[in-house]
Design a protein around this ligand. Structure first.
Ligand code: ZN
Ligand code: ZN
Length: 629
């Protein structure tokens, strides 16, 4: 007797009065009702009914029978049904195992596997592949080893797919020794096997190991190349990433979206606008323009290469934008000193209904900080938590301290630091120190350095700033004491390094560098340039040189700053009127900042400098930062 009304089946197949339309009804109804059982007892009722009405058991959807009975005491009951059908039993259980392995509860796949063993169902290679998949998802190396044992026992050790999955499982679970053992033992490996090992090495930041494997690969596919390119970017080797990308192109492979995203990040890190632009064209040609990740990476690349307009172009073309796209643009405008436009873009973002995240607010705070918009900055900081429930991170605190300090509100900045709910880090105190330098507050500078020397004892930048503060206040003894302290503590000045890309080649200069093939020409050009600059009122600002040396010697040091070498090289090796783009590892110094303003007029060039903090765009004698940096 059927209790559930939903399972009530028609007892008769049509009757004498049926017309054609009605005649089909019972089978359709049957079909629907046969699909509607969800519990073992409903299955039993259906089964009984089929027997009573002498309908064939094959009417039951057997994979469903398997899934309803898989992990219940009805398991053997399902088996009795399967005995009556022609399909091999394992086929039915496998489909169920696959669904469990790929579903929300992969652990059930492992349980079902043991159930199968218990009831004497003989596994095949598919069974093992599905349960291995479940183990992989669960990172369950214990059960994985047991399944590996079955693979060996069943003589499936030449099944490449299974072997690859087991290597993958061992490596993902951190059992690298076992993964290597199996890898070495495998009689047959395909490109998937190699890619698995490369992926795992990169995950462990072992880029050398990955390179080693990559070079030994008998055959590489696009995924292998892409993995390596992304790996190099991740491990801070953008130059290597670009070299690989060029090699990939030479090998005749067509980069896909993932490759493009990886190599664009390398271009962004290196400021390689030339390649970045080429990839932009390639992406457009290949129809990647609709891929949000590609577009977001393009925006990031253009911004980091100092091409705000091109970034804006990509942003405007996008059919669909995510919070990442908006935040990148806001941050970009902020870095280029376009605070008002950044704030306008934020209003637009809110209007179209995109919810900001913590990166968005960081961009807004930077925008306010670089342009001295104190009120707006305070408002954003409050609104972030109040209106959007975003808990400020240390970066937001750093940014607000920066904003207050630059604006000269040093006491307020200090109070703010003291009341922070999280422990202030070096960046936070460093921001206060920076403000103390601009606004000549020695007392708070000493307070900041006290914390900085504990938090970040080997960072030379802070000592340099403090020494400059003393020097400007003509407290020479204190300045000398700080320099001595730097020497005693073993603090070494990070050498300034700047790079410029000309015709696709990156030229790097470090301070004092005389090794460039064109060094002589660079120095001659500089000498001529500095004469003209002096006529325009340039006075070398030797206070940024912290060495105990003669004044003339200091000037020589100053003239060999890496960014000056790079700019002069740009002047002599690029066509007239093309912008010169420089990247510097540290903050651009005040002397170079003044010099570049003059050079932009004398050379009639736009000079874009990306330093550690922001962009400076020098044009017609002034900088986009309006000297507020
Ligand atoms: Zn400099
Ligand atoms: Zn500037």
């Amino acid at each position: 007797m059927l209790r559930s009304s939903s399972l009530r089946l028609p007892l008769h197949h049509g009757n004498d009065n049926d017309n054609n339309n009605n005649h089909r009804l019972p089978t359709e109804q049957h079909h629907r009702l046969l699909q509607s059982f969800n519990l073992p007892f409903e299955l039993k009722q259906l089964h009984a009914h089929l027997i009573k009405t002498r309908l064939p058991l094959t009417l039951l959807p057997l994979t469903r029978v398997a899934s309803v009975s898989a992990l219940t005491p009805s398991f053997s009951y399902a088996q009795t049904i399967f005995e009556r059908v022609e399909k091999p039993e394992i086929y039915l259980w496998n489909s169920c195992l696959k669904a469990l392995a790929e579903g929300d509860c992969p652990n059930d796949a492992v349980l079902l596997f043991y159930q199968l063993r218990k009831f004497g169902v003989f596994p095949d290679s598919f069974t093992l592949s599905f349960v291995l998949k479940a183990c992989l998802r669960l990172l369950d190396v214990g059960n994985g080893r047991i399944v590996h044992g079955y693979v060996e026992k069943l003589g499936l050790s030449s099944n490449l797919f299974l072997q690859n999955t087991i290597v993958h499982l061992y490596a993902s679970c951190g059992e690298m020794a076992d993964a290597w053992l199996l890898f070495d033992k495998m009689s047959d490996r395909d490109v998937v096997t190699w890619n698995i090992m490369i992926t795992q090495l990169i995950k462990r930041d072992d880029i050398e190991g990955a390179c080693g494997l990559f070079s030994q690969m008998p055959e590489r596919n696009l995924r292998s190349w892409t993995l390596m390119i992304a790996g190099c970017v991740q491990c801070g080797k953008p130059k290597e990433a670009i070299r690989l990308f060029l090699e990939l192109e030479k090998a005749g492979l067509k980069p896909n979206e993932v490759t493009v995203v990886a190599v664009l990040s390398a271009c962004a890190d290196l400021g390689d606008l030339h390649l970045g632009r080429r990839i932009h064209e390639y992406s457009t040609r290949s129809g990647f323009g609709r891929n949000v990740r590609v577009s977001n990476t393009l925006i990031d690349m253009f911004i980091k290469c100092g091409c705000l307009e091109e970034a804006q172009g990509v942003f405007n073309e996008m059919k669909e934008r995510t919070v990442v796209s908006w935040s990148a643009m806001i941050q970009g405008l902020a870095m280029h000193g376009k605070a008002e436009e950044a704030l306008k873009l934020f209003s637009k973002m809110i209007r179209v209904g995109v919810k900001p995240n913590w990166v968005t607010f960081l961009g807004l705070l930077h925008a306010c900080s670089h342009m001295g918009l104190v009120e707006e900055g305070r408002k954003f900081f409050t609104s972030m938590t109040r209106d959007y429930g975003i808990v400020p991170k240390i970066e937001h605190y750093g940014s607000l301290v920066d904003l207050l300090s630059r604006a000269g509100l040093l006491q307020e900045a200090h109070e703010f630091i003291k009341n922070m709910p999280i422990k202030p880090n070096g960046v936070v105190w460093g921001a206060l120190l920076g403000g103390c330098k601009v606004h000549k507050n020695i007392e708070l500078a000493e307070e900041a350095i006290k914390h900085l020397s504990e938090l970040d004892p080997l960072n030379d930048g802070y000592y340099v700033v403090l020494s400059n503060i003393y020097a400007e206040a003509e407290r020479w003894e204190d300045a000398a004491r700080v320099r001595k302290l730097m020497r005693d503590r073993g603090v070494k000045k990070t050498p300034g390094a700047s790079s410029i890309t000309v015709d696709g080649t990156v030229h790097e200069f470090v301070a004092g560098d005389e090794s460039h093939p064109q060094a002589t020409k660079i120095f001659e050009t500089w000498d001529r340039l500095v004469e003209k600059m002096k006529l325009m009122g340039y006075v070398p600002n030797t206070s940024v040189v912290l060495l105990d040396i003669e004044e003339a010697e200091k000037e020589r040091f100053l003239y060999r700053h890496s960014e000056k070498l790079a700019v002069v090289f740009g002047l002599i090796s690029t066509p007239a009127r093309t912008p010169i783009r420089i990247m510097k590892n540290l903050r651009v110094c005040e002397d170079c900042h003044e010099a570049f303003k003059l050079i932009s007029t004398i050379g009639n060039r736009e000079i874009v400098v990306r330093d550690r903090n922001r962009f400076h765009c020098f044009k017609d004698g002034s900088c986009s930062c309006r000297d507020y940096w």
